[in-house]
Design a protein around this ligand. Sequence first.
Ligand code: TTP
Ligand code: CA
Length: 368
Amino acid sequence: MTQRIVIHADLDYFYAQCEEIVRPELRGKPVVVCVYSGRTAESGVVSTSNYEARKYGVKAGIPIAYAKKMLASVQATFLAMNMTLYEEVSSRIMKMLRTYGDSFEKVSIDEAYLDISNLAEGNFDKAREIAIQVKEEILQKEQVTCSIGVAPNKLLAKMASDYRKPDGLTILQQGGGEIIKFIEPLPVNKIPGVGKKVEEKLNEIHVRTIEELAQVDPIYLIEKFGKNLGNYLFQASRGEDNDPVKDREQPTQLSRIATLKQNSRDPQEILPLLNILASSVLEKLNEEKMESKSVSVIVILTDLSIHTKSVTLESPTKDFDTIAERAKSLLERFVESMPNAVIRRVGIRLSSLQKRAGQTDIVTFLQA
Ligand code: TTP
Ligand code: CA
């Protein structure tokens, strides 16, 4: 059997890098991409920043006002998100990446796995050449740098791409104890899917590194974390992962639509149905192990005209309350904006879908 070889490619500081492509004069200076909430001129959070801005502590998730303070002494550029641009660049790169793999799995707008076992003939030297070629093609055609991990499975490929950034290439070859040497000293939160909660629980039992995790009795891990997560942690501590690179199209949007029992323009009458639709579309979202960055409410009036109102969320979500709350306010806004409209059918659509970041399938399943 051919040695399995998997690539994980992760585009560097992706949204900010896309901005540098269209404004080359920004290169070398701090660039911050922001999700403005619109409440005040500065309210909102940082979506991402380039590595120049990261030197000052600016990173995804911090308030824009903090980022401005951190960068007060330098010439920095703050930009609003331009998803259309990022999606265009991403889709061209994904198309290119797809051609390299025996199978290809897009994980998010800027991450993908490729199974190159056949192409590399199970040989890690060939795999290195392929990885270099991938990096060069993306750089030449799109002026985008990426970090690549090459390893015998998805888990290790992902950990390897994360190891050296930006513009990194890390190869973890099977045999010679190289893999164990690589993973042992890493903190447990470097295992994809190990978030704050699991990390804290492990710290409680004095497990901080993967080496320490490998010493815990798997029966104990299963007792503490349940069968799926316990097994996953046990295998991950040994660098083992059998999850295949899944070659299939991910849905780009999910929607549900239904007819009201009675035509209405009263949100109180319409909301129960909208909530049912929201929970049904979320069930599908969970099945796909994805999350959504945009919520739309679709209404069809008694004159059969179709209207849509949408909102982009600050961060991708899989949370029912967040989605139901946004849908409710979209519906209310619609009713206010059309004083004579009477609604016959109502629907909900989740779009800008992405795979839940940094989580292997088993863990997304557990956290669904
Ligand atoms: P990441 O791959 O997590 O980050 P990145 O590409 O900006 O930086 P790195 O070089 O470390 O890979 O996320 C990809 C894009 O997703 C990122 O460019 C912007 C977006 N994003 C958000 O909008 N909010 C967030 O909290 C995160 C983590 C990412
Ligand atoms: Ca990235």
